[in-house]
Design a protein around this ligand. Structure first.
Ligand SMILES: Cc1ncc(C[n+]2csc(CCOP(=O)(O)OP(=O)(O)O)c2C)c(N)n1
Ligand code: SF4
Ligand SMILES: [Mg+2]
Length: 288
Protein backbone atom coordinates (compact mmCIF):
# COMPACT_ATOMS: atom_id res chain seq x y z
CA UNK A 1 0.00 0.00 0.00
CA UNK A 2 1.34 3.40 -0.91
CA UNK A 3 1.70 5.99 1.88
CA UNK A 4 0.31 8.44 -0.64
CA UNK A 5 -2.91 6.45 -0.99
CA UNK A 6 -3.71 5.23 2.53
CA UNK A 7 -7.39 4.86 1.69
CA UNK A 8 -6.60 1.86 -0.54
CA UNK A 9 -6.26 -1.00 1.89
CA UNK A 10 -5.03 -3.71 -0.41
CA UNK A 11 -1.72 -5.01 -1.60
CA UNK A 12 -0.27 -7.59 -3.95
CA UNK A 13 0.73 -11.09 -2.78
CA UNK A 14 4.40 -11.60 -1.84
CA UNK A 15 6.56 -12.15 -4.90
CA UNK A 16 3.89 -11.07 -7.42
CA UNK A 17 5.51 -10.21 -10.75
CA UNK A 18 3.68 -6.89 -10.81
CA UNK A 19 6.15 -5.50 -8.21
CA UNK A 20 8.92 -5.64 -10.83
CA UNK A 21 6.72 -3.95 -13.43
CA UNK A 22 5.89 -1.24 -10.93
CA UNK A 23 9.57 -0.54 -10.30
CA UNK A 24 10.19 -0.36 -14.04
CA UNK A 25 7.27 1.99 -14.65
CA UNK A 26 8.33 4.28 -11.82
CA UNK A 27 11.88 4.32 -13.19
CA UNK A 28 10.62 5.06 -16.71
CA UNK A 29 8.50 8.00 -15.49
CA UNK A 30 11.43 9.41 -13.53
CA UNK A 31 13.70 9.12 -16.54
CA UNK A 32 11.06 10.76 -18.71
CA UNK A 33 10.84 13.72 -16.31
CA UNK A 34 14.58 14.24 -16.79
CA UNK A 35 14.56 13.69 -20.57
CA UNK A 36 11.53 15.87 -21.36
CA UNK A 37 11.90 18.38 -18.49
CA UNK A 38 8.17 17.92 -17.94
CA UNK A 39 6.64 17.46 -14.47
CA UNK A 40 5.26 14.09 -13.35
CA UNK A 41 1.75 15.55 -13.69
CA UNK A 42 2.21 15.38 -17.47
CA UNK A 43 1.79 11.61 -17.22
CA UNK A 44 -1.56 9.84 -16.85
CA UNK A 45 -1.96 6.18 -15.94
CA UNK A 46 -5.19 4.56 -17.11
CA UNK A 47 -5.80 1.29 -15.29
CA UNK A 48 -7.99 -1.68 -16.01
CA UNK A 49 -9.58 -3.88 -13.34
CA UNK A 50 -7.38 -6.69 -12.04
CA UNK A 51 -4.42 -7.07 -9.68
CA UNK A 52 -2.39 -5.45 -12.48
CA UNK A 53 -4.77 -2.49 -12.70
CA UNK A 54 -4.20 -1.79 -9.01
CA UNK A 55 -0.78 -0.53 -10.08
CA UNK A 56 -2.33 2.92 -10.47
CA UNK A 57 -2.77 3.16 -6.67
CA UNK A 58 0.51 1.53 -5.74
CA UNK A 59 3.01 3.72 -7.59
CA UNK A 60 5.50 5.26 -5.18
CA UNK A 61 7.23 8.64 -5.30
CA UNK A 62 6.00 11.56 -7.41
CA UNK A 63 2.53 10.68 -8.65
CA UNK A 64 1.23 10.79 -12.20
CA UNK A 65 -2.49 11.37 -12.67
CA UNK A 66 -4.42 8.13 -12.34
CA UNK A 67 -7.72 6.88 -13.73
CA UNK A 68 -8.93 3.50 -12.50
CA UNK A 69 -11.46 2.66 -15.20
CA UNK A 70 -13.63 -0.35 -15.88
CA UNK A 71 -12.68 -3.87 -16.89
CA UNK A 72 -11.59 -4.13 -20.52
CA UNK A 73 -12.04 -0.48 -21.43
CA UNK A 74 -8.63 1.08 -20.89
CA UNK A 75 -8.20 1.91 -24.58
CA UNK A 76 -11.43 3.91 -25.05
CA UNK A 77 -10.68 5.84 -21.84
CA UNK A 78 -7.11 6.45 -22.96
CA UNK A 79 -8.38 7.72 -26.30
CA UNK A 80 -10.71 10.16 -24.53
CA UNK A 81 -7.89 11.48 -22.35
CA UNK A 82 -5.52 11.78 -25.29
CA UNK A 83 -8.08 13.59 -27.46
CA UNK A 84 -8.91 16.02 -24.66
CA UNK A 85 -5.29 16.62 -23.66
CA UNK A 86 -2.93 15.63 -26.50
CA UNK A 87 -0.02 17.13 -24.56
CA UNK A 88 -0.21 14.43 -21.86
CA UNK A 89 1.73 11.16 -21.91
CA UNK A 90 -0.92 8.44 -21.55
CA UNK A 91 0.04 4.99 -20.23
CA UNK A 92 -2.32 2.04 -19.83
CA UNK A 93 -1.70 -0.65 -17.21
CA UNK A 94 -3.80 -3.81 -17.59
CA UNK A 95 -3.78 -7.58 -17.31
CA UNK A 96 -4.06 -10.33 -19.90
CA UNK A 97 -7.72 -10.86 -19.00
CA UNK A 98 -8.57 -7.19 -19.17
CA UNK A 99 -6.69 -6.37 -22.38
CA UNK A 100 -6.96 -9.61 -24.34
CA UNK A 101 -10.32 -11.06 -23.31
CA UNK A 102 -13.08 -8.50 -22.70
CA UNK A 103 -10.90 -5.68 -24.05
CA UNK A 104 -9.55 -7.36 -27.16
CA UNK A 105 -12.05 -5.69 -29.50
CA UNK A 106 -10.51 -2.29 -28.78
CA UNK A 107 -6.99 -3.13 -29.96
CA UNK A 108 -7.70 -3.24 -33.72
CA UNK A 109 -9.37 0.19 -34.00
CA UNK A 110 -6.62 1.89 -32.00
CA UNK A 111 -3.96 0.11 -34.05
CA UNK A 112 -5.67 1.42 -37.21
CA UNK A 113 -5.62 4.92 -35.75
CA UNK A 114 -2.09 4.55 -34.38
CA UNK A 115 -3.30 6.24 -31.20
CA UNK A 116 -0.33 7.75 -29.36
CA UNK A 117 -0.57 5.84 -26.10
CA UNK A 118 1.56 3.17 -24.41
CA UNK A 119 0.04 0.00 -22.97
CA UNK A 120 2.01 -1.97 -20.38
CA UNK A 121 0.35 -5.38 -20.20
CA UNK A 122 1.02 -7.67 -17.26
CA UNK A 123 0.47 -11.21 -18.48
CA UNK A 124 0.20 -13.89 -15.79
CA UNK A 125 -1.98 -16.15 -17.94
CA UNK A 126 -4.71 -16.11 -15.32
CA UNK A 127 -7.44 -13.90 -13.85
CA UNK A 128 -5.60 -13.12 -10.62
CA UNK A 129 -7.95 -10.69 -8.89
CA UNK A 130 -11.01 -12.94 -9.24
CA UNK A 131 -9.12 -15.96 -7.90
CA UNK A 132 -7.58 -17.90 -10.72
CA UNK A 133 -9.91 -18.41 -13.69
CA UNK A 134 -8.37 -19.15 -17.09
CA UNK A 135 -7.52 -16.27 -19.40
CA UNK A 136 -6.82 -16.09 -23.18
CA UNK A 137 -3.10 -16.77 -22.58
CA UNK A 138 -3.62 -19.76 -20.26
CA UNK A 139 -2.17 -22.91 -21.83
CA UNK A 140 -4.56 -25.52 -23.20
CA UNK A 141 -5.54 -28.29 -20.75
CA UNK A 142 -4.64 -26.19 -17.70
CA UNK A 143 -6.88 -26.88 -14.73
CA UNK A 144 -8.18 -23.64 -13.21
CA UNK A 145 -11.22 -22.70 -11.15
CA UNK A 146 -13.17 -22.02 -14.37
CA UNK A 147 -11.76 -25.03 -16.28
CA UNK A 148 -11.87 -27.86 -13.68
CA UNK A 149 -11.28 -30.50 -16.39
CA UNK A 150 -8.69 -28.52 -18.32
CA UNK A 151 -8.93 -25.49 -20.61
CA UNK A 152 -10.36 -26.53 -23.98
CA UNK A 153 -8.96 -23.60 -26.04
CA UNK A 154 -5.52 -23.00 -27.54
CA UNK A 155 -3.69 -20.12 -25.89
CA UNK A 156 -3.61 -16.78 -27.67
CA UNK A 157 -0.22 -15.49 -28.83
CA UNK A 158 -0.48 -11.79 -27.91
CA UNK A 159 2.64 -10.68 -29.80
CA UNK A 160 1.32 -12.24 -33.01
CA UNK A 161 -2.05 -10.61 -32.44
CA UNK A 162 -0.49 -7.14 -32.01
CA UNK A 163 1.62 -7.55 -35.16
CA UNK A 164 -1.35 -8.82 -37.15
CA UNK A 165 -3.56 -5.92 -36.06
CA UNK A 166 -0.91 -3.36 -37.03
CA UNK A 167 0.28 -2.07 -33.65
CA UNK A 168 3.24 0.14 -34.57
CA UNK A 169 5.49 -0.67 -31.58
CA UNK A 170 5.57 -4.11 -29.97
CA UNK A 171 7.99 -5.10 -27.21
CA UNK A 172 8.12 -8.15 -24.99
CA UNK A 173 9.70 -8.56 -21.57
CA UNK A 174 9.61 -10.27 -18.19
CA UNK A 175 8.98 -8.62 -14.84
CA UNK A 176 12.32 -9.72 -13.38
CA UNK A 177 14.32 -7.75 -15.98
CA UNK A 178 13.57 -4.41 -14.32
CA UNK A 179 16.44 -2.42 -15.86
CA UNK A 180 15.70 -3.58 -19.42
CA UNK A 181 11.98 -3.12 -18.87
CA UNK A 182 12.51 0.45 -17.64
CA UNK A 183 14.41 1.32 -20.82
CA UNK A 184 11.82 -0.41 -23.02
CA UNK A 185 8.87 1.38 -21.39
CA UNK A 186 10.74 4.65 -21.86
CA UNK A 187 11.31 3.96 -25.54
CA UNK A 188 7.66 2.94 -25.94
CA UNK A 189 6.52 6.22 -24.36
CA UNK A 190 8.73 8.11 -26.84
CA UNK A 191 7.22 6.23 -29.79
CA UNK A 192 4.87 8.49 -31.76
CA UNK A 193 2.02 6.00 -32.13
CA UNK A 194 0.44 2.98 -30.45
CA UNK A 195 3.00 1.09 -28.38
CA UNK A 196 2.51 -2.10 -26.39
CA UNK A 197 5.01 -3.51 -23.90
CA UNK A 198 3.83 -7.04 -23.14
CA UNK A 199 5.35 -8.29 -19.88
CA UNK A 200 5.34 -11.82 -18.47
CA UNK A 201 4.47 -11.03 -14.85
CA UNK A 202 3.86 -14.27 -12.94
CA UNK A 203 1.10 -14.67 -10.37
CA UNK A 204 2.70 -16.37 -7.37
CA UNK A 205 -0.69 -17.42 -6.01
CA UNK A 206 -2.50 -18.92 -9.02
CA UNK A 207 0.06 -19.48 -11.77
CA UNK A 208 3.68 -19.25 -10.68
CA UNK A 209 5.77 -19.42 -13.86
CA UNK A 210 8.95 -17.80 -12.51
CA UNK A 211 10.95 -21.05 -12.65
CA UNK A 212 9.69 -21.87 -16.16
CA UNK A 213 10.71 -18.42 -17.44
CA UNK A 214 14.16 -18.61 -15.86
CA UNK A 215 14.95 -22.28 -16.46
CA UNK A 216 17.86 -23.90 -14.65
CA UNK A 217 21.08 -23.28 -16.56
CA UNK A 218 23.09 -25.40 -14.06
CA UNK A 219 20.97 -28.42 -14.93
CA UNK A 220 20.90 -27.51 -18.61
CA UNK A 221 17.21 -26.58 -18.56
CA UNK A 222 16.71 -23.50 -20.75
CA UNK A 223 14.32 -20.80 -19.59
CA UNK A 224 11.42 -19.64 -21.73
CA UNK A 225 12.82 -16.09 -21.87
CA UNK A 226 15.53 -15.27 -24.42
CA UNK A 227 17.07 -12.00 -25.61
CA UNK A 228 16.11 -10.55 -28.98
CA UNK A 229 19.35 -10.82 -31.00
CA UNK A 230 21.20 -7.57 -31.67
CA UNK A 231 20.98 -8.08 -35.42
CA UNK A 232 17.16 -8.26 -35.37
CA UNK A 233 15.75 -5.43 -37.50
CA UNK A 234 12.62 -4.21 -35.67
CA UNK A 235 11.46 -2.22 -38.71
CA UNK A 236 11.03 -5.48 -40.67
CA UNK A 237 7.54 -6.90 -40.09
CA UNK A 238 8.38 -10.32 -41.59
CA UNK A 239 11.41 -10.57 -39.31
CA UNK A 240 9.17 -9.65 -36.36
CA UNK A 241 6.74 -12.48 -37.20
CA UNK A 242 9.69 -14.89 -37.60
CA UNK A 243 11.03 -13.83 -34.20
CA UNK A 244 7.69 -14.49 -32.52
CA UNK A 245 7.40 -17.85 -34.31
CA UNK A 246 10.55 -19.00 -32.53
CA UNK A 247 8.41 -19.44 -29.42
CA UNK A 248 9.18 -18.76 -25.79
CA UNK A 249 9.38 -15.21 -24.55
CA UNK A 250 11.59 -12.84 -26.55
CA UNK A 251 12.95 -9.99 -24.43
CA UNK A 252 13.36 -6.73 -26.33
CA UNK A 253 11.77 -4.73 -29.14
CA UNK A 254 10.01 -7.02 -31.61
CA UNK A 255 8.61 -4.43 -34.01
CA UNK A 256 8.83 -0.67 -34.46
CA UNK A 257 7.34 1.31 -37.34
CA UNK A 258 8.53 4.90 -37.14
CA UNK A 259 7.14 5.87 -40.53
CA UNK A 260 3.38 5.68 -39.91
CA UNK A 261 1.67 8.91 -38.92
CA UNK A 262 0.17 8.96 -35.46
CA UNK A 263 -3.52 9.58 -34.80
CA UNK A 264 -2.69 13.00 -33.39
CA UNK A 265 -0.90 13.98 -36.61
CA UNK A 266 -3.91 12.77 -38.62
CA UNK A 267 -6.31 14.78 -36.47
CA UNK A 268 -4.10 17.88 -36.73
CA UNK A 269 -4.18 17.48 -40.52
CA UNK A 270 -7.98 17.14 -40.56
CA UNK A 271 -8.28 20.24 -38.37
CA UNK A 272 -6.49 22.30 -41.01
CA UNK A 273 -9.31 21.40 -43.43
CA UNK A 274 -12.28 21.85 -41.10
CA UNK A 275 -14.32 25.02 -40.75
CA UNK A 276 -16.58 26.50 -38.08
CA UNK A 277 -19.94 24.79 -37.99
CA UNK A 278 -21.90 27.98 -38.66
CA UNK A 279 -25.66 27.56 -39.07
CA UNK A 280 -25.82 29.21 -42.50
CA UNK A 281 -23.05 26.91 -43.82
CA UNK A 282 -24.81 23.83 -42.45
CA UNK A 283 -28.12 24.86 -44.10
CA UNK A 284 -26.26 25.56 -47.36
CA UNK A 285 -24.77 22.07 -47.30
CA UNK A 286 -28.26 20.52 -47.30
CA UNK A 287 -29.80 22.73 -50.01
CA UNK A 288 -29.82 21.44 -53.60
C1 LIG B 1 -17.30 -5.95 -16.92
C2 LIG B 1 -16.63 -6.81 -15.89
N1 LIG B 1 -16.55 -8.13 -16.08
C3 LIG B 1 -15.89 -8.91 -15.19
C4 LIG B 1 -15.35 -8.35 -14.07
C5 LIG B 1 -14.67 -9.23 -13.06
N2 LIG B 1 -13.25 -9.17 -13.15
C6 LIG B 1 -12.52 -8.30 -12.42
S1 LIG B 1 -10.87 -8.46 -12.65
C7 LIG B 1 -11.14 -9.73 -13.76
C8 LIG B 1 -10.01 -10.46 -14.43
C9 LIG B 1 -8.68 -9.95 -14.07
O1 LIG B 1 -7.70 -10.63 -14.82
P1 LIG B 1 -6.53 -9.86 -15.50
O2 LIG B 1 -7.05 -8.74 -16.32
O3 LIG B 1 -5.67 -10.85 -16.18
O4 LIG B 1 -5.77 -9.16 -14.28
P2 LIG B 1 -4.92 -9.82 -13.10
O5 LIG B 1 -5.80 -9.80 -11.89
O6 LIG B 1 -4.55 -11.20 -13.51
O7 LIG B 1 -3.75 -8.91 -12.98
C10 LIG B 1 -12.49 -10.01 -13.93
C11 LIG B 1 -13.02 -11.05 -14.82
C12 LIG B 1 -15.46 -6.96 -13.91
N3 LIG B 1 -14.90 -6.31 -12.86
N4 LIG B 1 -16.09 -6.20 -14.82
S1 SF4 C 1 -3.36 -12.98 -7.02
FE1 SF4 C 1 -1.59 -13.22 -8.37
S2 SF4 C 1 -1.59 -11.40 -9.70
FE2 SF4 C 1 -2.89 -10.97 -7.91
S3 SF4 C 1 -1.54 -9.94 -6.43
FE3 SF4 C 1 -1.57 -12.13 -5.95
S4 SF4 C 1 0.22 -12.93 -7.05
FE4 SF4 C 1 -0.25 -10.95 -7.96
MG1 LIG D 1 -4.01 -11.83 -15.49
Amino acid sequence: MSDKNPEYDFKWCPGCGDFGVRRALEGAFKQRMIDTEQPMENNVVIAGIGCSGNMVHLLEGPQPYGFHGIHGRTLPIAMGVKMGRPDLNVVIVAGDGDFLSIGQEHIAPQAARNLNVTAVIMDNAVYGLTKGQSSPTTKMATVTSSTPFGKPEDPLNPLKLYLTLGVSYVASSVSTRVKDLTATINEAMDHDGFSIVHVQSPCTTYNNTFAELKGNPKEGIPGLAWDVPEDHDPSDLDAAFDLVDEGGVPVGVVYRDKERSSFQARIDEINTKSYDRRLDKMIDSYSI
